[in-house]
Design a protein around this ligand. Structure first.
Ligand code: SF4
Ligand code: SF4
Length: 398
């Protein structure tokens, strides 16, 4: 296994991190025996970074990870990354309550890497600060109950940079893969974090597995014609790991063959290790995706911010995904979460567009932004699900 520098404490987590959000289930419950076997295989092969969250598997992910660590008595040999469900916090005292529940579920006395889960804007971080998060972090760090503090991010680049610069973070977690170079935090965000000495964990290196399992036939053909036999997953992970700025790459693994393959890529791929002919393969693949694109949005962000809160590049990315990977419900659902603001600080869907036209003149691609947003919203949303999410959001806020 490869271990890169990460946070200032000098600890070295494994380049491949085990994402504990996709354990296999049997009769509706997580198959614990299978999960333990897979976790142990990864551990034995050098994986020491295990990532979970309050909400994964309805809280069972933390419990299973805690039991696994206890069973093999390896607490001092592994790193636990866990996340505060920031979007569920309405009162200051909930921060401590969530944290204590997490310690109990994990059966531990400290968390190595603690993240504010799913920040989407500086406003979301400001909200936590108003609830006293800074005092909480300071106390827990002083007591040694939290070793490193970070945040996971889903939003636009400019908000990411604002959050990065607002606090002395130890690390951050971003979505990054060869289709997201200009989307979300993007390459610019990755490089900025690195420059500031903030460790970077990458999530969604395969865009929720779709770059691996839903690759269009033309993409598969390009990979199959390469001289060595490599899966789309291998290529996707190798591309991310090739970046020196990346310290940990998370994979939500639940298949032993995938675990073996991911370990192999993490062993092989040193920073800046890809040869020019390999980079060329990825460029060809990106070209196939570019041809399937519905909106030629490069994610440059010049149209942002929208005065009515529409996350323009983000919406176009979801819209394009629908054509890249087929009519996946996941893409539509993620869009509807954003459109309704369910589980995040504020709604940012295309339905907020008021056709003011401010964005159009800034777009170097000359996209008719409001018209394309309307098209995207019609194709990505479903009125019944939108209504249910709106209702759910109101109930959570009470
Ligand atoms: S046209 Fe729509 S998306 Fe563009 S700035 Fe105005 S409200 Fe925002
Ligand atoms: S300015 Fe145009 S290309 Fe750039 S993010 Fe906005 S819509 Fe996309």
């Amino acid at each position: 296994m490869q271990y890169r520098s990460f946070t200032k404490d000098g600890k070295k987590p494994s380049l491949l991190g085990f994402g504990c959000m996709r354990f296999k289930s049997k009769n509706g419950v997580v198959d614990k025996e299978l999960a333990f076997n897979q976790l142990y295989y990864a551990y034995e092969n050098g994986v020491n970074y295990f990532d979970t969250a309050y909400v994964y598997h309805g809280g069972k992910s933390e419990v299973i990870l805690g039991e696994f660590i206890k069973k093999y008595n390896i607490r001092d040999k592994v790193f636990i990354a866990d996340k505060l469900p920031s979007y569920l916090i309405n009162k200051s005292e909930q921060i401590e309550e969530f944290y204590n529940t997490q310690l109990k579920r994990l059966d531990t006395t400290y968390i190595d890497y603690y993240l504010m889960h799913m920040l989407d804007s500086l406003a979301a971080w400001e909200k936590l600060k108003n609830f006293g998060i800074l005092e909480f972090i300071e106390t827990k760090k002083r007591l040694g109950e939290i070793k490193n503090i970070g945040f996971s991010f889903h939003g636009v680049e400019e908000e990411f940079i604002k959050i990065l610069e607002d606090y002395s973070w130890d690390f951050c977690q971003i979505q990054y893969n060869y289709l997201d170079e200009h989307n979300q935090a993007g390459t610019a965000g990755l490089k900025m974090a690195y420059k500031l000495g903030i460790g970077v964990v990458v999530m969604e290196p395969l865009r929720g597995g779709r770059l691996a399992t839903k690759a269009p036939d033309k993409v598969k053909e390009i990979f199959e014609n390469y001289r060595a036999k490599r899966s789309p997953a291998f290529w996707g992970l190798r591309w991310v790991m090739n970046h020196k700025e990346v310290s940990v790459v998370l994979s939500g693994m639940n298949n032993i063959n995938h675990i073996k393959e991911n370990i192999k890529v993490a062993n092989l791929t040193k920073p800046n290790n890809m040869k020019p002919h390999e980079i060329k393969i990825i460029e060809q693949v990106k070209q196939v995706y570019a041809e399937l694109m519905q909106v030629p949005c490069t994610g440059c962000n010049y149209c942002m911010p929208c005065p009515f809160g529409v996350a323009i590049p983000y919406t176009f990315s979801d819209y394009n995904d629908k054509y890249f990977f087929g009519h996946s419900m996941t893409t539509r659902f993620m869009y509807m979460l954003r459109a309704t603001g369910f589980g995040i600080e504020k709604a940012s869907g295309a339905n907020l567009c008021r056709w003011c036209g401010k964005c159009i003149k800034h777009c170097p691609q000359h996209i008719d932004i409001p018209a394309k947003l309307s098209e995207a919203h019609n194709e990505l949303s479903n009125p019944i699900i939108m209504k249910a999410l709106e209702t759910g959001k109101k109930l959570i806020k009470k």
